[in-house]
Ligand binder design. Structure first.
Ligand code: MN
Length: 256
């Protein structure tokens, strides 16, 4: 008998967040689930790795650990030290809020899946695109479908799936749509405020997002009520311009 699949679950909203609790509960229908997640909110930390202070991995409950680090720390420590065997799947989420377009470069949720991918494990990020009254258990059911697919079929090398679920009850979701990453700019992104001593300071993250990029994008799919699934690769090379940059540099000498 083959052992049941081992699934590592993490997130960036912290180990106590409702999204990770719903995700772990859902995925237990597919195998053994171990949760290794930050002990507090770590949203927008990107792919940060903690290298200059000690990390602790505290057992909180059976199969649930809290780490005083980033989502990337959690995946690295779990895979290399905590888990008894290599997991078949890493699932990160369910994030409170979408991870769409350019935002994924800042996302701790997506970066955790990226770390799993770098370690050679099929990995998925799941985010729920809404602010209030979030349908986590419905998104958990979507995560089961995706996880079952990845456990059965695997993923292409160097590729993670970035999944964004509209905040709707399951029967109102229109289905899956495979998408590409959209574009986003922020309107009035940084606010300047004076502190009580008159010193100006800056608040980021409060701007209104302005989306673009067309009908095939992640954001457009979610706006239309589809579950967006974007295959994301981490090779950032722009292959289309290799020759152009090469010819541009060919006439430039390093000598004075
Ligand atoms: Mn988050």
């Amino acid at each position: 008998m083959t052992p049941e699949p081992l699934i590592l679950v993490t997130n960036d909203d912290g180990v106590h967040a409702p999204g990770i609790i719903a995700l772990a509960k859902a995925l237990r229908s597919l195998g053994e689930v171990v949760v290794v997640a930050p002990d507090r909110e770590q949203s927008a930390v990107g792919h940060a790795l903690t290298m200059h202070r000690p990390l602790y991995c505290d057992p909180l409950r059976d199969g649930v650990f809290g780490v005083n680090g980033t989502p990337t720390d959690c995946v690295a420590i779990a895979v290399k030290k905590v888990l008894s065997r290599k997991p078949s799947l890493v699932v990160s989420g369910i994030n409170r809020g979408g991870n769409l377009g350019d935002d994924i470069t800042y996302s701790g949720t997506v970066s955790a899946a990226l770390e799993g991918t770098l370690l050679g494990i099929p990995s998925v990020a799941v985010s729920l695109d809404g602010d209030v009254h979030l349908h986590y258990s419905d998104a958990g059911k979507v995560a089961i479908r995706i996880a079952r697919y990845v456990l059965t079929k695997g993923l292409p090398a160097n590729t993670l799936l970035n999944v964004n679920v509209p905040n709707l009850p399951l029967p109102e979701l229109k289905g899956f749509r495979v998408t590409r990453q959209g574009k986003r700019t922020y309107d009035g992104d940084i606010r300047v405020v004076e502190d009580p001593r008159g010193r100006p300071h800056y608040w980021q993250g409060g701007g209104r997002p302005v989306w673009s990029g067309g009908l095939e994008t992640d954001i457009h799919a979610v706006m239309e009520g589809y579950v967006s699934v974007t295959p994301v690769r981490y090779d950032l090379t722009n292959y289309e311009v290799l020759k152009e940059v090469q010819s541009g540099l060919s006439g430039i000498s390093l000598e004075e």
